[in-house]
Design a binder for this molecule. Structure first.
Ligand SMILES: *Cc1c(COP(=O)(O)O)cnc(C)c1O
Length: 423
């Protein structure tokens, strides 16, 4: 069988003319929709007619432009269908609520996005009576042991944030399937690189805010999976995405859709530059973590799971040991070198730098941070593609030389790996 190609898959759903024959589809900026016959309306209300038949009702339910973007993300992921939400967190929380009811249980990787961690650990148990057991997702026995008869979801990120471990999706899918549990994968770090649905995941969530949108100007999310699941999310009487109401604006859906044709070019260039940076930082003796380096614990796994042509992603981390050294390097890189920005988030065309322990993972206690392998001096870099590669490297090189980081405690002792993981 021919391997899945996300770009080919996307091209098949993209072809749609605008209202007047425009090369871009039209934006359906309506909050309410007419029907030609009065008896169509009850059919839509009862879920017998829907967007797949071109029947729309109200903008918080399905909107044609938002639905078109959902289908494109689904095509990229090789999923049956999908829909969008106003943020990645909205997509994730709706997917979890669709799978779980009060008393149900989730098994989640310990190293997940800070917002997701807080949702699972604080909000869902407090507000919905849904509990989570956090496990090391690379300890398959621990994953299997954590599953109870009330477990509905096994949750992980393709590439963990900010530890950059790769989830063995086929292994996790086998464990989940054997126990009739949904495997939900957050693929925000790896669009195009990895296709979790093709590797056995049931549902994929995205923060479209990051690589997919690519310009750090829009907060948005998507969830893709079986048509029945997506229809359930949007059910007029019981759907969490419909009833909690984190609706995507059709203008936003249109904007994001226009960024998809060059997503492949962007991901390849993010990956190419991150690879060069990781290799050069490693050569300098820095404690750098990047899945494209042969000493990364999941280098082989990622090579095996990923689609060819996009490399190993746009994110790398440097462990500078202490918060002070991490802050000093980031300040120098931003304020003197104009290398990039000290800002959270990722997938921007410019380089973004953040100190994970004191920013995006600050929801975690010191103990949780240590268990997850997130050191206080860990700087996450989302490598951009503005300027030339050599210009950017010269800036990094100078900042490091001026800080003297190629000496002493900045030297790596070993590759940072999550506790309990193999080398
Ligand atoms: C940013 C992010 C989210 C949350 O997305 P928002 O669009 O900010 O709600 C979820 N998961 C991962 C991996 C992220 O990086």
């Amino acid at each position: 069988m021919k391997p899945f190609d996300p770009i080919e898959s996307l091209a098949r759903v993209r072809h749609e003319f605008g209202e007047h024959g425009g090369v871009n589809r039209s934006i359906e900026a309506s909050t309410t929709f007419t029907v030609m016959h009065a008896d169509t309306m009850p059919e839509i209300f009862h879920g017998h007619l829907g967007p797949e038949r071109g029947c729309y009702l109200y903008g918080r339910h399905f909107n044609p432009t938002v639905y078109a973007l959902g289908r494109e993300i689904a095509a990229l992921e090789g999923a049956e269908t999908g829909y969008c939400a106003s943020s990645g967190m909205a997509a994730i929380s709706a997917a979890l609520l669709q799978c779980c009811s009060t008393g149900d249980h989730i098994v989640s990787s310990r190293t997940v996005y800070g917002g997701t961690f807080a949702l699972l650990r604080e909000l869902l148990p407090a507000k919905a009576g849904i509990s989570t057991t956090f496990v090391d997702a690379w300890d398959f026995d621990a994953v299997a042991r954590a599953i109870t008869p009330r477990t509905r979801v096994l949750y992980a990120e393709t590439m963990s944030n900010p530890t950059l471990r790769i989830a063995d999706i086929p292994r996790l899918a086998r464990i989940a399937r054997a126990r009739d549990v949904n495997l939900i994968i957050d693929n925000t770090f790896c669009p195009l690189l990895v296709s979790p649905i093709r590797l056995g995941a049931d549902i994929v969530c995205h923060s479209l805010t990051k690589f997919i949108n690519g310009a750090s100007d829009i907060i948005a999310g998507a969830v893709v999976g079986p048509a029945e699941f997506i229809t359930g999310l949007m059910d007029l009487h019981t759907g969490p995405l419909m009833l909690l109401g984190p609706t995507m604006d059709p203008r936003v859906a249109f904007d994001i859709s226009l960024r998809l044709p060059h997503l492949g070019l962007r991901m390849a260039e993010h990956g190419r530059r991150a690879q060069v940076f990781a290799e050069r930082l490693h050569e300098r003796g820095l404690n750098v973590t990047y899945p494209g380096l042969p000493d990364h614990p999941d280098h082989e796994l990622m090579a095996r799971l990923s689609n060819p042509g996009y490399g190993f992603g746009g994110i790398l981390t440097i462990d500078l040991g202490t918060t002070e050294r991490a802050f000093a390097l980031m300040e120098r890189l931003q304020n003197e070198m104009k290398f990039g920005y000290m800002a959270v988030s990722l997938g921007y065309f410019d380089t973004l730098m953040s100190c994970s322990a004191s920013s995006t993972s600050s929801e975690m206690s010191e103990e949780d941070l240590a268990r997850a392998g997130i050191s206080p001096g860990l700087v996450r870099l989302s490598i951009g593609y503005t300027g030339t590669l050599e210009q950017r490297w010269a800036q990094m090189d100078r900042a490091l030389r001026e800080l003297g980081t190629a000496r002493g405690p900045y030297h790596r002792a070993g590759v940072a790996a999550a506790p309990g993981s193999q080398p």
